[in-house]
Design a binder for this molecule. Structure first.
Ligand SMILES: NC(=O)c1ccc[n+]([C@@H]2O[C@H](COP(=O)([O-])OP(=O)(O)OC[C@H]3O[C@@H](n4cnc5c(N)ncnc54)[C@H](OP(=O)(O)O)[C@@H]3O)[C@@H](O)[C@H]2O)c1
Length: 336
């Protein structure tokens, strides 16, 4: 089979299209013929050496959708031929509040989804509702699971609430916007790009501000007519202080990433005086994954897909992601 393997840390050209033996299902496993694979910032962090416990060479990619081709001993053969989406992580552990020490994300150290086929535990495949295409499904796993847990489990989002989603060009952020709207919230957004702000308004954002502008939070609250009570943020950096300033008293910030790393200074007085909750989150449980797929199917949510590249053009696709020029997800067609 063809696969895109990251050979070692370095520039995007270290991602090489290679021929590998077709996977064979072991006991308890299914082999999925992948139709589409979604890209994540994680794929970039690993190649750049900015990730924990990197083991290369490895076929990266955590998001995948396709058709079950074969199953190993102990797996129900009726799975063969089913359209499926892959749960992007394994071994969450017994406590729904936090993942255990054996928790792993697909695509390093285990072979990932930038390939024509993958062998994975059958427990990681979820049947895909007919209304969701392979391309749409491949846009969901990491970003959708993260957005769902951020909003629902960690954020405790309530119908009618005003939620601020930062960096709306991002894969997690666009899904968070769509999910929050489907759950009955009002959504405001930020971006460093005015075109993306305009697109977010088309997707239903009630207020949109450019985070590069000084004191953007005042403008955003004025546009919305009220401050957000929940913020979903994957950027971190000094912008965290703007979020603390933007929030209503007793507001919550759910942090799922740190694209801008840690803040140089944290506005501690505002955090305690406004009774702000800072909450971390990462990925989610298998049950949350299933609930997320159901939410997408029930509300006919269409993930925002910026562009689809053939698997053979993965390097080009990764470069686009690295430049943060995309709006939403970048997907690879694993059949081309
Ligand atoms: N904890 C988890 O389980 C988990 C899961 C997925 C992702 N993550 C992390 O979350 C982050 C985003 O992931 P992703 O896959 O959604 O990434 P992505 O699609 O690459 O999006 C990153 C976005 O960050 C935004 N951004 C950059 N600087 C910003 C700033 N100063 N303020 C606000 N937004 C800013 C940009 O938005 P604009 O283009 O609109 O400016 C950019 O599009 C990454 O750090 C990733 O590693 C964590």
């Amino acid at each position: 089979m063809r696969a895109v393997r990251c050979e070692r840390q370095g520039p995007p050209e270290e991602m090489k299209l290679v021929e590998l033996p077709d996977p064979v299902p072991a006991a308890g496993e299914a082999v999925v013929r992948l139709y589409a694979c979604g890209l994540n910032r994680r794929d970039v962090w690993i190649r750049q050496g900015l990730y924990a416990r990197i083991r290369l060479p490895c076929v990266l990619g955590s998001d995948g959708a396709g058709v079950v081709e074969s199953v190993g001993p102990g797996v129900d053969a009726s799975l063969i031929g089913k359209r499926v989406v892959l749960i992007p992580c394994e071994n969450w552990g017994p406590d729904p509040a936090v993942q255990g020490k054996d928790f792993l994300i697909l695509g390093m150290p285990r072979q990932g989804t930038m390939a024509e086929k993958i062998a994975i535990p059958a427990s990681m495949v979820v049947e895909l509702p007919e209304s969701i295409s392979f391309e749409e499904a491949a846009a969901l796993p990491v970003a959708g699971l993260t957005a769902y847990r951020s909003l629902v489990t960690r954020g405790g989002l309530k119908r009618g609430e005003h939620v601020l989603v930062t960096g709306i060009g991002g894969g997690v952020a666009t899904l968070a916007l769509l999910f929050a709207k489907a759950l009955g919230a009002e959504v405001s957004v930020t971006s460093g790009n005015d075109e993306k702000l305009a697109k977010a308004r088309e997707l239903g954002a009630i207020a949109a501000a450019n985070y590069k502008a000084k004191a953007w939070e005042k403008d955003l609250v004025a546009q919305a007519g009220r401050p957000p009570s929940l913020a979903i943020d994957g950027a971190g950096g000094d912008g965290l202080n703007n979020l603390i300033a933007a929030l209503a008293p007793a507001g919550r910030i759910v942090m799922y990433g740190a694209t801008r790393f840690s803040p140089g200074k944290l506005d501690m007085p505002r955090i305690f005086f406004k009774q702000i909750d800072l909450r971390g989150t990462t990925m989610g449980t298998d049950d949350e994954f299933r609930a997320m797929v159901k939410l997408v199917a029930d509300h006919r949510i269409k993930p925002v897909i910026d562009r689809t590249f053939p698997l053979s053009h993965a390097v080009e696709a990764i470069q686009l992601l690295e430049q943060s020029e995309q709006m939403g997800k970048i997907v690879l067609d694993c059949r081309k």
